[in-house]
Structure formats: structure tokens, C-alpha cells
Design a protein around this ligand. Structure first.
Ligand code: GTR
Length: 328
């Protein structure tokens, strides 16, 4: 009897201790997102957080800080590498300066379309990029669609590289993008996303470039009346997690977090397709002239020095570039 009582007391104490351990071991992650409500990635990141909480039984919970309130994208990437922010929805463009392999997807015109980009990500190039990102502390666990980026400005349609010549164009933080605009005779100007609206409206820059949902959601269409479909960059985005944080989880918890990221990504792809059409209609209705470019050949030809410089600096990437271009 005494023995049984002791045993049961011991069992109770152990259960309390275990509960305490698992409560204190619960991981509360902070996630960065630059977008505002209404943008597909806002809803997809909220879904990711909900699924993670549900599928890990609350062992991992995520608070998503939207609208870039935790800082600019380059700063937030550094914070994730350091573990001060745990996760986020990042564009691979600003990851290029940190992880040179990631720049493969930021080469202008490397992909024919979004499905081609995803097929390349599924192959050796994708493995090289994911592996290098993971080593840099930015583990990608889901891929978002970010469509194609095109130029916009106020002075008239852009139909050839000559139309970009002389223009100051805001680009994301990456020398490849500065080089891309400079190769057309323009002046590529890196700037935080949050500053672009004012820079366009005050004439600090003549133009910028982005996909249709972002062009609409942050109001750039109000201060740039021409959107020319150059579609020069098709860059994926990730749900990225601090590698050490992720690897500290048990196998079951890792599987739960990965499955949440995969399902949130599938949801994002569907929302993206809808929102791209909705944004096209909305900006056209607001008076933006959407300009189709009959011949993109001269833009592509102008990118030869951008490729040459990248390959000279990263000779080991050449085979993957060729493989990406040759991917059906
Ligand atoms: C958006 C992208 C953001 C950010 C932004 C920019 O399309 O989703 O992550 O990179 O473009 O131009 O800075």
C-alpha cells in the first residue's frame, strides 16, 4: 500500500514535471513578413502559423509580424541568420548577397515562365540553393510563387532597353539587379520596399519593378502610370526558418512544421494566380496603361554582361545555369 502510494505520488510528480518541461520547451517563434493585408502572402503566412500550431499540438507557435514592422528585408534576413527572428516569407532576390547560389534564380530572363522556375527548383539547382541557404542559417521549407517582375514608371511605356536608358530605377538589394538596370544604360538604385512609394511620388526615382500584386497592394500604381510587361525576373520566395531552431525540433515536430509550410505554399499558389488577375484588372481600372512588349530579345541580349560577371565570380555555378536553361 505504502509502496503503491509512493509509486503513485512519484508518477504524479513526474507527470507534473513533464508537463512543466513541455510547457517551458514550447517554442514561440516570431516570423517576418513585408506584406499588408490583402496580399496573398499575408494570408498564406497566417495559414502557416495556424497549421503549425495545430499540427505540433501547440509545441511550436508562431506570431507573424506583417507589414515589415520587424525591419527591412535585408535586416530581417540577418536577424533570422542570427536567430533573433525565427522565420519569415522572403524573396530570394535579397538572399543573393548572402548566399551566392541563390542568385541563380535572380538572373534576368533565366526562366521562361513560373512553371519552368518551379521545375528547376525541383532539380539539382534547387538542391544546391536549398543546401547553401540552410548552411547560411536560412532553411527553406516552402516555396511561394512571386510571378514575374516588370518595370513601371511615369513617363511612358518601356518597349526596349533604350527606354530604360537614363532612368533611375529602384531595385531590390542585390548587385545583380543594379547590374541589370545599368546594362540597359539606366541607374539601378537599391532601396527598401517601404521607401519606394515616396521615392516614386517625389521623383527620387523614375521607376521601379515588381509583380502585379505588389505593384497594387502598396499603391505604387497610384504614382506610376505605365506598367510594361518586361517580365525580366521570375524569382521564387520561401518560407524560411532559422536552421538551428528547426533542427532542434524532434523529427515529428519537424515533419509537422514542414507539412504546414507545404500546405501554406499550395494555398499561396492558388491565391497568387487569382490575385495577379485581380490586380491587373484593378490597376487598369485605376488608369494604369499596361503595355505588352512585342520583342523582349533586346532586353535579353543586354543581359550578357550580367551573366558574364556572375559566372566570372561564381565559376562553379555555370553548369547549374546551363542545366536550368536546358530544363524543359
Ligand atoms: C515583393 C516581394 C517582397 C519584396 C518586394 C520588393 O514582390 O514579395 O518580398 O522583395 O517585392 O520589391 O522589395
Amino acid at each position: 500500500m505504502t509502496f503503491n502510494l509512493k509509486t503513485s505520488l512519484y508518477a504524479t510528480a513526474t507527470a507534473v514535471a513533464l508537463a512543466a518541461t513541455s510547457a517551458s520547451a514550447a517554442d514561440n517563434w516570431r516570423a517576418w513578413n513585408v506584406h499588408q493585408e490583402g496580399h496573398p502572402n499575408y494570408a498564406a503566412m497566417d495559414m502557416f502559423a495556424e497549421l503549425v500550431e495545430a499540427r505540433t499540438g501547440g509545441e511550436v507557435s508562431i506570431e507573424v509580424f506583417h507589414g515589415g514592422v520587424l525591419g527591412s528585408q535585408p535586416d530581417a534576413l540577418e536577424q533570422v541568420q542570427l536567430g533573433a527572428i525565427d522565420a519569415g516569407n522572403f524573396n530570394l532576390g535579397p538572399i543573393g548577397p548572402i548566399v551566392k547560389e541563390a542568385n541563380l534564380v535572380s538572373l534576368p530572363f533565366i526562366f521562361r515562365d513560373v512553371p519552368h522556375m518551379f521545375r528547376v527548383l525541383d532539380g539539382d539547382a534547387g538542391d544546391a540553393i536549398s543546401g547553401a541557404m540552410s548552411e547560411a542559417g536560412l532553411l527553406p521549407i516552402g516555396w511561394f510563387d512571386a510571378g514575374a517582375r516588370s518595370f513601371y514608371n511615369n513617363t511612358g511605356p518601356i518597349n526596349s532597353p533604350d527606354d530604360v536608358s537614363g532612368m533611375k530605377i529602384r531595385v531590390m538589394n542585390n548587385d545583380l539587379f543594379t547590374g541589370m538596370v545599368n546594362a540597359m544604360g539606366g541607374n539601378g538604385t537599391p532601396m527598401a520596399f517601404a521607401e519606394v512609394y515616396q521615392a516614386l511620388s517625389t521623383g527620387v526615382v523614375d521607376g521601379a519593378e515588381n509583380n502585379l500584386p505588389s505593384f497594387e497592394s502598396v499603391g505604387h500604381f497610384e504614382v506610376a502610370g505605365y506598367y510594361s510587361l518586361s517580365e525580366h525576373l521570375i524569382i521564387p520566395e520561401c518560407i524560411c526558418v532559422n536552421t538551428a531552431k528547426f533542427e532542434a525540433l524532434s523529427d515529428d515536430m519537424q515533419a509537422a512544421v514542414r507539412s504546414a509550410a507545404e500546405d501554406a505554399s499550395t494555398f499561396q499558389h492558388a491565391l497568387w494566380a487569382q490575385q495577379t488577375e485581380a490586380s491587373r484588372t484593378a490597376v487598369a481600372a485605376a488608369g494604369v496603361k499596361i503595355n505588352s512588349i512585342a520583342d523582349k530579345g533586346p532586353f535579353q541580349a543586354a543581359m550578357a554582361p550580367v551573366y558574364a560577371d556572375y559566372i566570372a565570380a561564381n565559376p562553379d555555378m555555370e553548369a547549374l545555369i546551363v542545366a536550368a536553361q536546358e530544363t524543359e
